[in-house]
Design a protein around this ligand. Sequence first.
Ligand SMILES: NC(=O)c1ccc[n+]([C@@H]2O[C@H](COP(=O)([O-])OP(=O)(O)OC[C@H]3O[C@@H](n4cnc5c(N)ncnc54)[C@H](OP(=O)(O)O)[C@@H]3O)[C@@H](O)[C@H]2O)c1
Length: 253
Amino acid sequence: MSRIVIIGGTGLIGSKVVRRLNAHGHDAVAASPNSGVNTLTGEGLAEALRGASTVLDVSNSPSFADDDVMAFFTTATENIVVAAKDAGVAHYVALSVVGAQRMTDSGYMRAKVAQERLIASSGIPYSIVHATQFFEFVKSIADTATTGDEVRLPHAQIRPMAADDVATAVARFTAHEPTGSVVEIAGPEQFGLDDLVRTGLEFRGDARTVVADADATYFGEKLTEDLLLPGPGAIIFDTRFGDWLKSNPEQRR
Ligand SMILES: NC(=O)c1ccc[n+]([C@@H]2O[C@H](COP(=O)([O-])OP(=O)(O)OC[C@H]3O[C@@H](n4cnc5c(N)ncnc54)[C@H](OP(=O)(O)O)[C@@H]3O)[C@@H](O)[C@H]2O)c1
């Protein structure tokens, strides 16, 4: 049985993907600083990839500052490509963000696009999955848009999804043949970004007021109405935000 190495396999998505792949009989192992594998320094990377057929990167940068996040995704990806080629890895899978290529004012999205380009030009057969925003990320969106007791966000449309559904999709693509392309995945419902965050905060009993503001930016990007939306070919998953909130009582404070 060939090994699948999940870079960032201890994270939100990574830990779910490791569980799903192993439950389906694969030999999936998490690789991250917690298990002695650091893609930035290269520490432990060659050893981790030895004998692997597939590498999945679902890591994330500890800092979202423009320069830090660009340095993280470019350095890490360059190191993974070198180690993966040395190990004879036959499939490189990565998770990115729906619309990243359109959000050129966002340092985070520019870094994700740089990561994708390095993978696509590496010569290693690849699959790139573009997901919409995770339900689990709604509070972070609110936090980054907060001044005092006010959260200012545009009414741009968003089609968020549950991390469980993201992990299911990513596990499937990881276990599949390389697509050599970008595949989009999304949730079943469309919201205004301000409405989504308002619903999430109300459920948590969070007293902050969400104000619709067309000039407010999202991770440095001024959003147009459909910038965050996937295209017509996206694979749509089932979990609805209201059901997810009810089944995640820890979302209540
Ligand atoms: N949030 C969203 O709505 C959204 C939407 C679409 C796509 N995405 C993408 O989804 C991916 C996964 O996000 P997530 O929320 O699951 O991430 P997360 O929970 O923050 O986990 C980050 C992972 O990265 C690992 N990591 C950090 N520094 C590393 C290094 N130097 N070397 C190797 N691993 C390192 C961490 O390892 P330790 O545990 O050892 O520190 C952890 O396993 C990201 O690439 C993000 O761009 C996110």
